[in-house]
Structure formats: C-alpha cells, structure tokens
Design a protein around this ligand. Structure first.
Ligand code: ACO
Length: 320
C-alpha cells in the first residue's frame, strides 16, 4: 500500500518580471533568454514572505483534499532556505494549519519534492502516517547574484503543495545522487562573524557551470525515466503525462528525445515561471490538475535533476 494524490495547491508572488524588464539592467535580451531556455517571465518576491506563500499553498492543497490540518500525520517541506533557519518552514506551516504532527524540511535542491514523495511513501508503508502534506517553497531571487546574467535570468520564486493519502496510486520511485560540490554551489548567506572563525568566506551567491549542468541534466533525466519505468514494469510509451523539472526547455526536449515521446504528453510552464527549483514540478502539477488535464488512472511521471547533484523520478496514477 502506498499513496495517491488527494489535493494540490499553489501560491505565487504578485510581481511578474519579464525578460525585457531584466534587459533594463543586464546585458541580455528576451531573444537570448527565450531561445536558450524557453523562459519569457518569472514571479519574484517583493513584499511577500516565503513563509506566507508556503502557508497559502498548503491551505489550498488541504482545502482541495477536503482535509483539516489537524488530521495530517506528517508535514514535509522541500526548500533550500526558508525565511528562518529555525523554526523550519515545515513547523511554520504546521502552526498555521493547526497540525501537531512531525514536520521537517528537506533540501534536495530541485528534486526536493520527489525526495519528499519517497519519504511519504516510506512513512505510509511503515504504518507511521496515512495523510502527508508536502509543501515546496523557494525564494530563488534571494539566492542569486543579480549582476550575473548567466544565472539570474533562469530562476523564479513560488510555492506549491500536495496532500497524499494512503492508498493505491504511486507505482514506483527512484532517487539518486552523483555527488559534486562544484558545478552548482550556493554558499550560506550569513557572515561568518564568529571571533574564532578561520575559514575564508565564499562569495555569497550561486555559482553554476551551465554547460556541465546541462550535460548532467540531460543524461540524469533520461536515465531516471528508464529506471523508474523499469521499476514499475512500464515503458516510457505507457506514461500518459510527463511532468519534468522546469529548468530549460532544451534540457526537457533533449532528455525525452530518445524515447520518442509525443510532445503533447510533456507538460511545461517554464515560459511563465522560469526555474523555481523544487517548486517547479509542484506548480506544474497543480496548474494542469486544476485545468482538468488528468483523467482517473492516467499515469503521471515526475522527473527532476538538481544541485548536489541529485536526480529522481516518480510514477503516480491519478486517482481523482
Ligand atoms: N544574455 C545574453 N548573453 C548571455 C547570457 C544572457 N543572459 N548569459 C550568458 N550569455 C552569453 C555568454 O557570456 C556567452 O558569451 P560568449 O560566447 O561571448 O562567451 C554566450 O552567451 C553563450 O553562453 P553559453 O553558456 O554557452 O550558453 P548556453 O547555450 O550553454 O546556455 C544556459 C546557457 C542557458 C545556462 C545553459 O547552459 C543551461 O540551461 N544550463 C543548465 C542550467 C540549469 O539547469 N540550472 C539549474 C540547475 S538546478 C539549481 O540551480 C538548483
């Protein structure tokens, strides 16, 4: 017995920043960004707190599932950095929705939601939970160097959530790491002001080797699709909907190319949101669920790669 997806939700910052807006202060253009990545615009936090977005998306998913916060057995938040180191984002959400269950954050960069789904599956399989709230929330705009045109144009902020409940739905999952601490690196923000500190402070912004990430991403996404399909006893052609991490439309196209997947099965919204790290697949799921795209029994394949370097895939049959 595993889980099915009982409800989804999202909450986005109000501010929309277009590629043309970025070209006002960076040496870039809508043409360069769109043709290299598929991104047209992204949402960016201004007056909102990340906590507030996380709580709003969690409430939306709970309402969609018809579940009270008090009935949740486990809260997992996929995030690289909440507004506070402590309490965790998961505890902040728990307080807001009236839950008293275990709650903790999990950082697997862009693959965070898939890691949370595997943790949820394990808790449910062990009989330790029946209803799990998974939230993702990322403030990428606060982690970037806004003078680095090669990275800051790629990302956006947002939050998404899902409620999963004990039952039939999840068919298989795979997680992996190819440990590498250099190709994507984001040092901690805060100054090291301990009088005893003897470690030199790293530059406080994302460093990314775009070309290396690209190569890893295409290979990892393709491999995880093969792995998870094999584990579920399916072929890539059996999948009804692909929900890939939204990092770059060219990475999505290249990683699916060898499987000759019908493009209409591959869901994307990168043009509107850019790369929101862990939140990308969650917002994609909620957007297409609310559009009524999925039919009962449809097989959804989530696949993602991220810093770490992490990767993973998950197949869940839609049960609503
Ligand atoms: N606008 C205009 N020109 C730019 C920009 C920009 N925003 N950024 C870079 N350039 C320039 C470069 O300086 C370079 O100029 P040069 O030829 O004079 O040296 C030229 O454009 C080509 O640069 P490339 O890096 O070769 O461009 P490429 O086609 O490889 O695309 C990109 C770069 C989009 C970053 C691509 O490599 C990519 O998508 N990589 C994966 C990134 C990714 O997925 N990151 C997410 C990781 S997960 C995480 O972070 C949590």
């Amino acid at each position: 017995m595993s889980f099915f997806i009982a409800g989804t939700g999202r909450a986005m910052p109000e501010k929309i920043v277009t590629n043309d807006d970025l070209a006002k202060f960076l040496d870039t253009s809508d043409e360069w960004i769109f043709t290299r990545t598929g991104i047209r615009r992204r949402r960016v936090l201004t007056h909102e707190r990340l906590d507030d977005l996380a709580v709003a998306s969690a409430r939306a998913a709970l309402a969609d599932a018809g579940t009270a916060g008090a009935d949740v057995d486990l809260i997992l938040c996929a995030t690289m950095r909440g507004d506070t180191y402590t309490p965790s984002l998961a505890c902040t959400v728990a307080e807001a929705v009236g839950a008293t269950c275990p709650a903790f954050d999990l950082n697997a960069a862009c693959v965070g939601v898939l890691y949370c789904m595997e943790v949820a599956d394990s808790f449910i399989a062990a009989g330790k939970a029946e209803t799990v709230l998974i939230v993702s929330a990322e403030a990428m705009s606060k982690l970037l160097d806004w003078t680095d045109r090669a990275s800051c144009v790629l990302f956006g902020d947002g939050s998404g959530a899902m409620v999963v409940k004990k039952g039939e739905g999840r068919l298989a999952g795979v997680l992996s790491t190819k440990p590498d601490s250099h190709v994507i690196r984001m040092p901690n923000f805060e100054g090291l002001n301990s009088p005893y500190n003897a470690v030199e402070q790293e530059k406080q912004a994302m460093h990314m080797d775009g070309g290396e990430v690209y190569k890893f991403a295409v290979n990892a996404m393709g491999s995880r699709i093969e792995d998870v399909c094999a584990r579920a006893g399916l072929t890539p052609a059996d999948i009804d909907w692909y929900l890939p991490h939204q990092a770059n439309i060219r990475i999505i196209d290249a990683s699916l190319k060898k499987f000759k997947i019908d493009k209409s099965k591959v869901l994307t919204n990168i043009a509107d949101y850019g790369n929101m790290s862990a939140t990308s697949v969650m917002v994609l799921l909620d957007e297409f669920a609310k559009k009524g795209t999925f039919r009962k029994g449809d097989k959804l394949l989530f696949v993602a790669f991220g810093a770490g370097l992490t990767s993973g895939a998950e197949i869940v049959a839609w049960q609503r």
